[in-house]
Every structure is written in structure tokens, then in C-alpha cells.
Design a protein around this ligand. Sequence first.
Ligand code: PEP
Ligand code: MG
Length: 594
Amino acid sequence: MMDARVSGQRSLRGVAVSPGIIIGKARLVDRSKVKIFYQYLISDDQLNREIERFKEAVRNTQDQLNALKNGMPEKLKGHAFILDSHLMILKDSMIYDASIRRILDDKINAEWALKQSFEEIRQIFSQVDDEYISTRIKDVEYVTERLLRDLSGTQQESLAEINERVIIVAHELSPGDTSELNPSKIMGYITDAGGRTSHAAIMAQALQIPVVVGLESATRLVQEGDLLIVDGSTGEVIVNPEEEVIIEYQEKQLQQEEYKSSITRVSHLPAITLDGHTIAVKANIEFLEEVAAAKDYGGEGIGLYRTEFPYLKSKGTPGEDELFEDYKEVAEIIAPAPVTIRTLDLGADKFASGPKFNRETNPALGLRAIRFCLKRPAIFKTQLRAILRASLYGKVQVMFPMISGLQEVLDAKEILAEVKDELDREKVNYERKIKTGIMIEIPSAVTMAEVLAPHVDFFSIGTNDLIQYALAIDRVNEHVAYMYQPFDPALLRMIREVVRAAKNAGIAVSVCGEMAGDPLCVGILLSLGIDEVSMNTRAIPLVKKVIRSLSLEEIRSDFQKVFELSTANEVRAYVRDRMKKLVPELEQRGYLEI
Ligand code: PEP
Ligand code: MG
């Protein structure tokens, strides 16, 4: 993105994806596309052989992907579904059947038939104006590339074979590549392409290796063996740094490590403000495998268990027993602390393919989350049965996402009551007093909060979507990302109203959007009366540390002033200034830089 030249040293800036500082040697890997293929005609008597050649390439690729999946490092097991989706693409009729049909109908070679099938899919994807969906074409492209490579007999270096401590420099890494990385060897990686929402980026975070993407020209500017400094928190990459820069970053690295371990060491202790108020700090998770990390980082329960993934990976919808086993295990591991299981929030950026879900022009405003569940009660009931059955094995709460008004709360609760009746008739036990809550993430629910509150046991404010819908900013569209601001006065007023309504009705209220894990936002949330926050696991130690440095009385009066300010920039500047004074470490450790 940026390229500044200082003597022999070069600085580049990209998109920070996975935090941490590394200093090491560059290893360039060529992930360029397979060479261009030509069309040639196949005679009638050779058609069956050509189809067999295509099928064999599919089988080989299937074997390779299965081997990759089985050899995945433990930390990545929760992401195996990505390779499952690649396996599904291999056999998808638009690739598999369509290519065979093309070989037969057009009497052409398998490579050309496959390329045409891919181009047709690319055409369809290109008409969808949604960053998340359009980046999923990358998965189809990746599978096509693997097949083409097999058909042409060209080999590619496996990243699993890299046995030195190096920083990988590539044009782009696929999720398959990422799953092959050995985190004890590979220090981190940088790429020309890619964005924050790519699967490879999500997997890098799970591996906890620093990563910067979107550098545009890294593979052109970096030579094999160059010394690199990669700062995965700021997106900065320095090529062949000068001596004093290396020393400066070594110092930063050491400080970051020391600070991280010092706050992690005490993160199992409760987060109590200077004036004695205890704030519950919980973890957001998406996979069962993350529960252990949630506990290690000091999570006092799971405040948000996103349950979409089993639905994204399987061709049909997952069965009750499969879901039950998963929820039961989460409840057992985290007990006696609670887990809030959020019912299915499919749609919008949590995209699932296949006949279950229709393509929509405007999926964020479409048939997603609770709307989908109410339309498909069989799917909803299966999940509710699994949640209720699991409620005996720990402290389980159930939460409905994307509630827009009272009717949806009543309808969802009615279905829950029907499921309870069914279980009663079948003499299946469950926790009768299971707490039922809703996410407040649509502006209409904010307006109606006082009407909704008496019908539920808790509110959880989903700021990710609330910002999206309140400010009309697509949360996955990079062109309006600059407006995606937790400090917008409109949002803060909404949170204030929701807390008021909850307190008046005597129900609990928490925040579980990304804002809750932002150290800069903690003070303002507490000042508004939030006493429970839930966030991505790795944010927990720092947020607890910030809470321990604040006095609730003090910030309540300090942050009143925020409501006299009119723009997000003013609020942000004010909050930064106050937090700098209240928690000087935030600035010293560079957390106010971003
Ligand atoms: C939110 O919208 O803030 C939230 C926590 O849910 P998700 O990010 O899963 O939509
Ligand atoms: Mg949401």
C-alpha cells in the first residue's frame, strides 16, 4: 500500500491481520497460477478416457485434501471445515458434472472443460456485490488450480516441507497452504493480496502467527533471504532494516512479550474496578476447540457461542445428536461458568451455499438469523432440542439473534415452549429454568427495548451489527470501513437507552460485539452501566487490565461529557485523551496508535 525508501531499508504498509512482531529471513514461495492451457479436440473413441483422466484428477485431489486435513496442526482443527468445503467444491455439480458434460458435448480436453466451468462460476459470483461472497470464489479457484495442476502433472512446493525458521513471502496463500504451515517453524507470513476476512487470515489468527496481507508488491520488493521485520499489529513491514531499527523492534518485541505475559498471568483473576465493582469478562467462541483457550485467557464463561459453522460445513443441516454432543461438551468444559448459546445466525456474511439458502440481492437485510429460523421451524427446533438437552450438563443460556421487534420474541419463545413440551412428553430432561435472552443489534429493537425487556432474561448488545444497521454501513465493505465507528454518538446513545431499559426491567445486559474487546471502548461501556462484556479470547487479558485501572465513579462523571459531543471524531479524541490519563500503559504499549 505504501512504500517509503530510506537508504537500503524499505518500509511497506499493508493490512494487519494477526498481531505480534517478528524479525527473520524472507522465504519467497511461488504460488503463481498453473500455466495457460489450450483447448484441443478429443476424438469420439477417446472421450471416455478423457473423462476418466478428469475423474482421476478429482480422486487425487480428494486424497491430497484429505491428507492435508488429517495432518492439520491441533490449533487449526476447528478450521478443518474449510478443507471440507474444498472437498465439497470438487464434487459440486457446477465443477464436476459440468466439466464432464463439456468434455462429452464439446469433445474437448479436461483442462479446457474445467477452465470453462470455473469461468462460468466466476461470472455468477462477479454479479454478487458482497465482499464476503465474492472472496469465496477464491476457494473455487483454489480447487480448480489444484485439479489443473494434477491434470498437467506439475508439482508445487509443499509449505509443510519448509523446515527453517523463516517468514513466508507470497503473492497469496490459500487456506490449504495455511493449513500446511508448521507454526513451530514458520514465524509468520506476508502477502501481496488478501484482506481481513479471508479464510487464510482467520486461520493465521488461530495459529497465532503474525501476518500482514494486502502489501501489493511484497513479492517484487523482497528478495529471498532478505531480513524482514513484520509487525502484525500495525501492518508495517520493514525490509532489510538498519541496525538501530532492528534494535528498536527487538526492544518492542520484548516489551510486548513481557507485557502480554504479565497481563495474561493475572487474567484468571476477576476484573474489579478501583472502586470495587466487578465486571464479568467472557469469551466469544465459534468452535468447541476454543473453549480451553477461553478459559486460559481468563474468560469467565462463554458470553457468545456462535453456532453457524456446523451448518456451513455440512451439506444437509446437522443432526440433533451432533449438535447436542457439541453443546454438551462446551457446557461441561466451561462449567460452573455459563455459556450463552446463540441460535443460528445464518445469512448475510455468514453465507451458506446450496439449496438451503436462496441468493438474495441484499442479504444483510434478508432472510437471516431468527427470521430464517422462524420460517424453517424444523431446523430451529432441532437446534433448540439440542440446546435444551445440553442444559443439564452445565449452565446454559439460550439467545436469539437479530430480533427486530416483540413479535419475533413471542414467536421464538412459543417454538421454544413447544420444544420443551415435546421433550416433556418424551420424558427427556432439561433445565427448566434455562435463561432466554435476545441480541439487541437492530435499531428497531433499541427503540422497543423497554417493551422487549419484560419478555426476556437478558439483553446482549451486538455492536457489530448495530453499527451496520444504525449507520447504514455494510460491515464487510472496505469502501465504507472508515465510517465503521464504535464512537459514533448515535451508537452510544442507543447503548445508553438499551442499558436504561434493561435496568428498569431488572434484567442483565452485556455487550458482545468487537467493541467490547477494544481497550479504548471499555471505559465508555462501563460508564454507561454495562457490567458484562464478551469478546474474542485474546482480548480478555488487556480488557481485564484496563478495567482494574478504572474507577467506575470517576468514569461515570468523566464520560458524561461524551454526550455533549456531536461527531465520532470528537468522541474518539475525547475518550483517547481520558483513557491516556486513566490508563497510561495503553499509550506506552502502543495500544492507542491504531
Ligand atoms: C454482533 O453483531 O455484534 C455480534 C456479536 O454478532 P455477529 O458478529 O456474529 O453478527
Ligand atoms: Mg450480529
